[in-house]
Write a protein that binds this ligand. Structure first.
Ligand code: SAH
Length: 462
C-alpha cells in the first residue's frame, strides 16, 4: 500500500527537512506486521514527492486469529497489502513521528508554513460510499478527486469495487496533512488491524485535537476511529469541554505519543522484557519452547551472551516461517552453529530439550488444554529442568480494553483459557514449590487502572 505526499511550493525539497527524511535516501522501519519504506520518486525545487510504501508480511497476518476465524483463502488473499488502512496510518506515525510532533530542528521556521500539498492514494477503501471521502477532506480544505476502481477490469459487468484512487490537494502544513491521514485512513476503512485500548482516545485527541472539534463529521470520525461506545463518549465529552482551547483536551503529550505506537509496542515490549530477563538470569544456552515464527530467537542470536539458541514448536508451518525469518540458509557457518530449530511437543519428554540454562515460554501456556497443564509442568520443570524459566501469558483482566474478543471473551480462538493475575500467580507459585524454583512475577505492557497490564511474566530460578 502506498501514499505519496507532494509539495509544489518552492523550494519544494524543503519537504525533506519537514519530514526529517533526506530526499537522497530510502529509509525503512520494521512494523511488526511488515516493513515501511519512505523514498522520493522526485525531488526538485518546483516539485518534491515523498512516497511511503508498506509491505505487509502475509505470513505474519495469517498466523493471527484471522486464520482461525475466516473461511477458505480469505486469510491469504485479501486487500490488506494493497488498501490504505490503519497499517498505513501506523507506518506514517512511525516514520514521521518528529514531523507529527511539529518539530523541525534544522529549519524551525518551516513548521508553520502552509504548502501546496497533493496527496495521492492509489487504493483507498471507502466504506459507506465514495462521497465519504469528500465529507471527510473537504472541510479540512482539500480539493478531492476520486476515480472508482473496477472490481475486475476483465469483468466490467461486476461494476466498481469499494476502493477508489484518490487525489487530495490543499494548502496545508506538512504536520496537519500527516495528522489528517493518520486519523482519517482508518476512518475511511472503518477497521483497525489491532485491538483498540483506552489509549486510543488520547491518540485521537493528540493527532486530531486541533481540527476535530470543529469538523462537521466529528461524530462519524470519533465513532469509526474509536468503535467502542465508552471511548466515543469520552472523546466527544473532552472535545466539547475543551471547545476552542485545545490545551484543555487533557492530552498528556508524552504518554499519548507513547501510546500512539502501542499497537507495535506490546509485542515489542514483551520481547524486550523477556530478553532482559534472559540477560538477568545469565543467558548461556537458551531453549525457546513454542518458538512460533522465531521472533525471540532472532533477538537471542543478537545477544553475545547467548551461546546457543534452540527453537521448538509443535507446528511445522511456524518452524518454516521461523526458518525464513532467521534466513537460516544464508547464515554464516559460525552463526548457524549457534541456532537449531526442531519440531516437538511440550507435553512429551524429549531428551533434546535437556541441558539448557534458560527456557523461555512466551505466550504458549494458554494454548494448552487445562487438563494437560500438569503434564506440561512435569515436562518443563521436572524433565527439561532448565536452571531458569521465563514464561509470559496474557492477563485476562485486561481484556475489557480490547474491542474484539471471541465468544468466550478470550483474545485468540486457539487460547484454551486466559488467567487473571491471581490465577497466574497461584499456578506459578504452585509449580515453584513443587519443582524447587524461586519465582518473581512482573507486568508486561503499561498497566490500566484496576485491570492491570495486558500481559504478565514469571521468572523462575532453580
Ligand atoms: N512464542 C511465540 C509464539 C506464541 S504462539 C511468540 O511469542 O511469538 C504459541 C505457539 O505455541 C505456537 O507456535 C504453537 O504452535 C505452539 N504450541 C502450542 N502448543 C504446543 C505444544 N503442546 N508443544 C509445542 N508447541 C506448542
Amino acid at each position: 500500500m502506498l501514499v505519496s505526499l507532494t509539495s509544489t511550493t518552492p523550494v519544494a525539497t524543503d519537504l525533506g527537512f519537514l519530514l526529517h527524511k533526506h530526499p537522497d535516501r530510502v529509509r525503512s522501519v520494521d512494523l511488526g506486521f511488515g516493513r515501511a519504506h519512505v523514498f522520493y520518486p522526485e525531488a526538485a525545487a518546483q516539485r518534491c514527492t515523498a512516497t511511503t510504501y508498506v509491505e505487509v508480511d502475509p505470513f505474519g497476518r495469517t498466523r493471527r486469529r484471522d486464520r482461525h476465524r475466516a473461511q477458505g483463502l480469505e486469510p491469504y488473499v485479501n486487500d490488506r497489502p494493497y488498501a490504505a488502512s490503519s497499517m498505513l496510518s501506523v507506518a506514517l506515525g512511525r516514520l514521521f513521528r518528529t514531523a507529527l510532533t511539529g518539530r523541525c530542528d534544522d529549519r524551525p521556521e518551516l513548521v508553520a508554513r502552509r504548502l501546496d500539498i497533493e496527496i495521492q492514494l492509489p487504493a483507498v477503501p471507502v466504506r459507506g460510499g465514495a462521497e465519504i471521502l469528500g465529507r471527510l477532506f473537504d472541510p479540512l480544505g482539500y480539493e478531492v478527486e476520486c476515480s472508482p476502481i473496477a472490481l475486475d477490469s476483465q469483468f466490467p459487468a461486476w461494476g466498481d469495487s469499494q476502493y477508489v484512487a484518490a487525489r487530495l490537494a490543499g494548502r496545508q502544513t506538512v504536520r496537519s496533512a500527516l495528522e489528517h491521514l493518520y486519523v482519517l485512513l482508518p476512518v475511511l476503512d472503518d477497521a483497525k488491524h489491532y485491538w483498540i485500548g483506552p489509549e486510543e482516545v488520547n491518540k485521537l485527541l493528540l493527532r486530531g485535537g486541533d481540527w476535530l472539534g470543529c469538523h462537521p463529521e466529528s461524530e462519524l470520525i470519533t465513532r469509526r476511529y474509536l468503535r467502542l461506545p465508552g471511548f466515543i463518549r469520552e472523546a466527544q465529552a473532552r472535545l466539547a469541554d475543551a471547545g476552542e482551547d485545545t490545551d484543555l483536551l487533557g492530552v498528556q503529550r508524552d504518554a499519548a505519543e507513547e501510546a500512539a505506537e502501542a499497537p507495535i509496542r506490546l509485542g515489542e515490549q514483551r520481547l524486550e522484557a523477556v530478553l532482559q530477563a534472559v540477560r538477568d538470569v545469565g543467558a548461556g544456552r537458551v531453549v525457546d519452547l513454542g518458538c512460533g515464527e522465531g521472533r525471540l530467537l532472532e533477538r537471542l542470536l543478537a545477544e553475545p551472551a547467548v551461546t546457543c539458541a534452540v527453537g521448538v514448536d509443535a507446528s511445522v508451518g511456524a518452524l518454516e516461517r521461523a526458518e525464513r525469518r532467521l534466513k537460516l540458509d544464508q547464515m554464516s557457518e559460525r552463526r548457524r552453529e549457534r541456532i537449531r530449530l526442531f519440531q516437538g511437543a511440550l507435553t512429551y519428554t524429549d531428551s533434546r530439550l535437556q541441558g539448557f540454562d534458560v527456557a523461555t515460554i512466551v505466550e504458549v501456556v494458554e494454548h494448552l488444554d487445562p487438563e494437560r497443564l500438569d503434564v506440561f509442568a512435569d515436562v518443563v520443570f521436572g524433565h527439561i529442568g532448565a536452571a531458569s524459566v521465563v514464561l509470559t501469558t496474557p492477563n485476562r483482566e485486561y481484556n475489557s480494553n480490547f474491542e474484539r474478543l471471541d465468544a468466550r471473551g478470550l483474545r485468540h480462538e486457539d487460547h484454551r483459557f486466559e488467567w487473571t493475575r491471581s490465577e497466574f500467580e497461584a499456578w506459578v507459585r504452585g509449580i515453584a514449590a513443587r519443582y524447587g524454583y524461586s519465582v518473581e512475577i512482573s507486568a508486561v505492557g503499561s498497566s490500566a487502572p484496576v485491570c492491570g497490564p495486558p500481559s504478565q511474566m514469571a521468572v523462575l530460578r532453580r
